[in-house]
Design a protein around this ligand. Sequence first.
Ligand code: FAD
Ligand code: DHB
Length: 388
Amino acid sequence: MRTKVAIIGGGPAGLMLGHLLTREGIDNVIVERQSGAYVLGRIRAGVLEQGTVDLLEQSGAGSRMRAEGLPHEGFELSFDGDRLRIDLAKLTGRSVMVYGQTEVTRDLMALREQAGAPTLYEAKDVALEGLEGSPVVHFTRNGERQSLACEYVAGCDGFHGVCRKSIPAEHIRLFERVYPFGWLGLLVDRPPAAPELIYAHHARGFALCSMRSATRSRYYIQCSMDEKVADWSDDRFYDELGRRLNPAVADALKRGPSIEKSIAPLRSFVAEPLRFGHLFLAGDSAHIVPPTGAKGLNLALHDVRVLFEALAEHYRTGSATALERYSPRVLDRIWKTERFSWSMTTLLHNFPEHDPFTRRMQRAEFDALAGSPTAQRMMAESYTGQFG
Ligand code: FAD
Ligand code: DHB
């Protein structure tokens, strides 16, 4: 087998890159470790920045999002029950779109199938060879070891993938912070407790009220990484969530049987540079942000847009200039996004090591935000994806 671009990983980054390349007539193959159903079963991000919405629309992947997504012109911060609305529209002239990662993935999978572009699902034990010259991707599928020769490899295989690990240690630098807590998430077919998202700081820990539609809610509570999902009945979850919210919001919580419940760790991580020879890293394989601020998916799709433009220029003109610029170009946004996600996480969570002074500093930061439209504008710019 032979192709121009081998894309490792069929999550949102890999699927979007494949979609853009296919539209441009650039031959590509996606190699994915899991089945399509498994990929669609993962419940992850829920909020799209304006730039992500524009990318989906301009590339012809936005029709269902336009029809079913919920545009949000603001969100709320809550601090020990005190509420502050960040008016995104007034502060920045922009909004965000509530439309789940699962739906983005489903739409991109459908377009790929329509286009007849190949995705090799359930490809196990992927190994990369020849990254500095003529790459070959090896994998086991249907019990058989197979090879795919290519000109470039796009490493879109997430944090635990094989691509980043294939770069020799002396050619890559890693930056990491693991946070001492996780998020316990619950998905339920009940209308949201409030019309906009609420990010809540509370002495008992962070909580987030989000949604997928007018009838489906997504809630998160900060928890210790020692917690077990099995120990959290739905009622225990709703009781704990309610304690961390403003009482009026807690009263409006509509309980129902969970359709998904899981614990996610929180991590900040950057690998640089995002290139080794003919391999380019994009999305979670190159960087992780803690989910506070809803940036992971948006950043992944920004990477692949820039990588697509570089590959398209290369195949159009023969020039390698844009490919050389890919890593520095995306790293600028990556670090700004890391800073924003880290600062939101630091403001809103309870850290075991925090002393009373640090907790007062969190409160003072919330009060400073509440008193300053300028500070609110900075937060709104980052939340909507304006990073300068
Ligand atoms: P992924 O979605 O991880 O896709 C990578 C793909 O590569 C997967 O399909 C995987 O099966 C495949 N793969 C892995 N290894 C191999 C291999 N060796 N060979 C072949 N294929 C391989 N972001 C938010 O903004 N809000 C959230 O609430 C949120 N929640 C999250 C919860 C969890 C548990 C996780 C892990 C992430 C969450 N994120 C969230 C982040 C967001 O979902 C990611 O940033 C986004 O999925 C990145 O897309 P990606 O395509 O780069 O990576
Ligand atoms: C969701 C997740 C986030 O991390 C966030 O900041 C907003 C929404 C969600 O899953 O809906």
